[in-house]
Design a binder for this molecule. Structure first.
Ligand code: HEM
Length: 418
């Protein structure tokens, strides 16, 4: 019902060499002979951000940002931000009342965004996302920015998408980012004057950048907004794109395996289901890389110096030689081959591997580790299933039409026991 067996290459990559073998992609992502090739068209939003820098500069910045995703930070985001927001959102749904059938109906896409916005604001360091109006406004701006920063995959007029995105970014800076940055500049000054302890400073991106003097780079004052854009979009759009697929797969799975239906409120089962679904669905159609010299991969594939190649994760993550004969199918009981991640290449590989992965899938030493964090995806899924979530039998989900993303723009759910 849901798994795309045929991957449709977006026109943007039509003239690029297509790399779709697991081993080749893995080798390219880990190799020092390649550099980042994504977000050329959308560079105005991301240039100079962690995702698009390389070498020593990238390593230093990654280290600087590591405290944003430390174990302590993860616990704080989950218990201090995600859980209260989820509780609040579910209470609002209860209060809003039921449909004519006596049940609560909701669209999952805006619901996920509502649940994630506070973590996003905390990680980035955005203040005043507190009243319902401001929250709604922040969500709307971040959503629209998300469309512009992935203009490469847009089915619309790309120049117009960029123009609209720049205007959205201007509003986001004026209403949220600049006031938040100014507050942090004040706090950092107090710290530097010895009037405040370092651990009293917030742990967020804007504070890190201000401490490091990166809030105002001579000759490139917009850098700080491009780093913010990366974190704002990377922490929301990816989960919004990938989470609904888990529900589609679990719906199908439980039809043929009804004995597993009660496990949908079990965090360990949901974690393995989410990882398996992430293997089958990636948040971006492809990642791009550029060869820094003539390269021959271990497989014999040749890539010329300066050539930009498109890495197609969909076929790679469904390779039968890697994940078994039923690799294209969803199977929560699949055992990933030794040394391979259960999500395959979905969080990338090499130096640019996703920094936010533990936030999404949880921090744990074993799948049933109770001292770790549950992860945003698992926590949201568990809340929905505890509320009796089923796909609305009268309203099928709608795929995103404005881009080549493997994602939904609308996903009606019924919460039968809320
Ligand atoms: C389902 C959720 C997510 C998926 C599938 C995902 C996937 C990815 C992938 C594939 C990359 C590598 C891109 C490349 O190499 O070109 C990446 C990088 C990144 N992700 Fe995620 N991501 C997710 C969630 C998040 C979250 C929640 C955050 C928030 C902190 C985040 C922040 C980042 C950042 C900052 C980078 C750049 C890292 C670097 O270049 O060193 N991501 N992500």
């Amino acid at each position: 019902m849901n798994a795309r067996t045929e991957f449709v290459a977006p026109p943007y990559v039509a003239n690029m060499q297509r790399v779709d073998s697991y081993a080749d992609i893995d080798e390219i992502l880990r190799s020092e002979d390649f550099m980042q090739g994504s977000h050329r068209e959308s560079g105005v939003f991301f240039n100079g951000s962690l995702l698009l820098i390389e070498g020593h500069e990238h390593m230093q910045r990654r280290q600087l940002f590591s405290s944003l995703v430390s174990r302590t930070a993860m616990h704080y985001y989950e218990t201090g931000a995600l859980v209260p927001v989820i509780d609040k959102v579910m209470q609002e749904l209860r209060d809003e009342g039921r449909g004519k059938d006596g049940l609560v109906h909701v669209d999952l896409i805006p619901l996920i965004r509502s649940m994630l916005y506070r973590i996003t604001a905390l990680v980035t360091g955005v203040d005043n996302v507190d009243t319902p109006q401001k929250t709604e406004r922040f969500r709307d701006l971040v959503d629209k920015l998300g469309v512009a920063v992935t203009v490469e995959w847009s089915t619309g007029d790309h120049e117009q998408v960029i123009r609209d995105g720049l205007e959205i970014r201007r509003q986001l800076i004026e209403e949220f980012l600049l006031p938040s940055l100014e507050r942090r500049r004040g706090l950092v000054s107090q710290f530097k004057e010895g009037k405040m302890a370092k651990d009293a400073l917030p742990t967020d991106l804007l504070t890190m950048l201000t401490l490091h003097g990166d809030d105002k780079r001579p000759g490139d004052e917009d850098y700080v907004w491009r780093e913010c854009a990366l974190f704002l979009v990377a922490s929301t759009q990816t989960t919004t794109h990938t989470l609904p697929h888990v529900i589609v797969h679990l719906t199908d799975w439980c039809k043929s395996h009804p004995e597993d239906a009660p496990k949908r409120t079990d965090a360990t089962f949901l974690r393995i289901a989410a990882m398996e679904s992430l293997r089958l669905h990636q948040p971006a159609p492809t990642l791009l890389r550029i060869a820094l010299k003539d390269v021959t991969l271990a497989s014999g594939r040749k890539i010329a110096k300066d050539e930009r190649v498109a890495l197609f994760f969909v076929p790679a993550n469904r390779e039968t030689a890697v994940f078994g004969p039923d690799a294209a199918e969803f199977n929560p009981y699949r055992v990933a081959p030794p040394r391979l991640s259960p999500w395959g290449l979905t969080f990338g590989g090499g130096v640019h591997t996703c920094i936010g992965r533990p936030l999404v899938t949880g921090m744990f030493n074993r799948p049933d580790d109770k001292s770790g964090t549950e992860g945003t995806m698992i926590r949201i899924l568990r809340t929905l299933y505890e509320a009796g979530a089923v796909m609305d039998p009268t309203k099928p989900p709608k795929r995103v039409a404005a881009s080549y993303h493997d994602a939904y723009e609308s996903f009606p759910l019924v919460l039968r026991s809320l």
